[in-house]
Ligand binder design. Structure first.
Ligand SMILES: Cc1cc2nc3c(=O)[nH]c(=O)nc-3n(C[C@H](O)[C@H](O)[C@H](O)COP(=O)(O)OP(=O)(O)OC[C@H]3O[C@@H](n4cnc5c(N)ncnc54)[C@H](O)[C@@H]3O)c2cc1C
Length: 417
């Protein structure tokens, strides 16, 4: 007999497991399918401490800093008094797997969903099949199950980093992580992301926030080493671990009229301007979508189209589509900034009141709150940046209409940046 569940989630990355745990805690029978679903994740995930605590994932915090620093050049810097945390992947995975039934975690690959009158059948690479009333694609940017063309990234965040033992005056202190240090002569806007891990251990990473084409990892590695030499940092021995990060940015929103659902990177939920999603998913999106699924999957609601409609409305509510469009317009302009312009932009951004910049980063501002924030940034920018920001609104009237008025075509973000 085909095993049957309320909900199947294809993917056991952060998005898949956050949603699976939230749905299971609401009493849904949840299955998770992924190749090696319990294998440890490798990226060094971080989030704002407030988000981690809101999601009650405090036990998964590996390191926390009460504040982070943003350095633009020798003359301009900002101290952000907003806690930041890196996560212990093993502890986080254990916490998220806990509410799931061990026999509902399948080490397999999802191939195809077949939608039927009263639910869906998911075919797996092993030849098995599973049935559920709703299926969520949480397979990351690949979107293994969603209908529609495979999304094409138009910009990338890339980073090269390492856990090292080091000494020198240019290193972060135990109390303050370095969110961005743009100082240096590079014409391209790259920054150091750095944190103290105890004793003489540090995580040091050279990052390009958003660029098209993607900046190669080798270039970032060489830049990091040049930066460390310039700032008098000496590495003590070989790196303990290396991270090569590539995040496809600004993928088009999925077609939300289909019955197959999506969550996380598969649903383009990565913040268009920062590349982050984990904190937002944990604190806001996973509880919201799990609530909607728990309500939609009640036995008296047999219509799968209605279930899908209610779930998509929670994955991409109208207000989130509008803020996403506003973030996208800003992110697109940022891909055109050189290093000097990027520094000036972030200087204007972090001069905003804390609730404005933190709300922008954490996606807690409504469109009505976000528009005046963007206007304030615009007014603080010099003419060349204002022209670039205006240019995005003029070049993408549909995106602007969606951002400002909440109307327009569902998505234009796949047009080249
Ligand atoms: C190096 C790196 C560092 C990052 N750091 C941060 C950070 O600090 N903070 C932050 O918020 N974001 C960060 N991100 C961005 C983003 O949050 C991550 O990319 C995150 O992993 C995306 O989560 P996801 O679950 O949506 O997708 P993924 O992590 O890509 O997970 C996809 C899952 O789907 C599975 N899968 C794939 N195909 C199938 C299939 N056919 N059937 C079933 N399962 C399938 C995979 O095995 C995997 O389990 C980082 C990204 C990278 C690459």
């Amino acid at each position: 007999m085909t095993p049957t569940f309320d909900l199947i989630i294809a993917g056991a990355g952060p998005a898949g497991l956050l949603l699976a745990a939230a749905a299971a805690r609401r009493g849904l029978e949840v299955a998770v399918v992924a190749p090696h679903p319990e294998a440890p994740w490798t990226p060094r995930y971080a989030a704002w401490t407030e988000e981690v605590r809101a999601a009650r994932l405090d036990d998964a915090i590996a390191h926390a800093w009460p504040r982070v620093g943003v350095r633009l050049d020798d003359a301009r810097s900002h101290v952000l008094r907003w806690g930041y945390a890196t996560l212990d992947n093993l502890r986080l995975q254990r916490l998220l797997l806990q509410p799931l039934r061990p026999d509902a975690i399948f080490d397999d690959r999802a191939l195809e969903v077949q939608h039927e009158r009263d639910g869906a059948t998911l075919r797996l690479a092993s030849g098995r099949a599973l049935r559920a009333r709703a299926v969520v694609d949480a397979s990351g940017a690949l979107r293994a199950l969603l209908q529609g063309p495979a999304p094409r990234a138009t910009a990338w965040q890339t980073a090269w980093g390492a856990v090292v033992r080091a000494q020198g005056s240019g290193l972060p202190t135990p109390e303050q992580a370095t969110l961005m240090d743009f100082s240096g002569p590079d014409p391209q806007p790259a920054f150091l992301y750095a944190m103290h891990l105890g004793d003489d251990r540090y995580f040091l990473e050279e990052t390009v926030l958003i660029q098209s084409p993607a900046v190669p990892h080798a270039t970032l590695r060489d830049r990091l080493h040049a930066r460390l030499r310039r700032t008098g940092v000496t590495l003590l021995g070989e790196p303990e671990a290396v991270e090569r990060c590539t995040i496809p940015m600004n993928l088009p929103l999925p077609d939300t009229t289909q019955r197959t659902l999506a969550f996380g990177a598969a649903a383009s939920m990565i913040h268009p301007a920062t590349g982050y999603q984990l904190g937002y998913l944990a604190a806001h999106a996973a509880p919201r979508v799990a609530d909607a699924l728990a309500a939609a999957l009640r036995p008296e609601r047999p219509d799968p189209d209605e279930v899908a409609h209610l779930a998509w409305d929670a994955i991409w509510p109208a207000h989130a589509r509008r803020t996403h469009a506003l973030h996208l317009l800003g992110a697109r302009a940022a891909t055109r900034f050189d290093a000097a312009q990027t520094r000036t932009f972030f200087d204007a951004f972090f001069q905003l009141p804390q609730d404005a910049w933190s709300g922008y980063l954490a996606r807690t501002l409504s469109p009505a709150q976000l528009i005046p924030v963007l206007w304030k940034i615009y007014r603080r920018c010099p003419d060349d940046l204002r022209a670039a920001l205006r240019g995005e609104f003029i070049q993408h009237p549909d995106l602007s209409a969606r951002a400002l008025l909440g109307v327009g075509t569902p998505d234009l973000s796949s047009t080249p940046a």
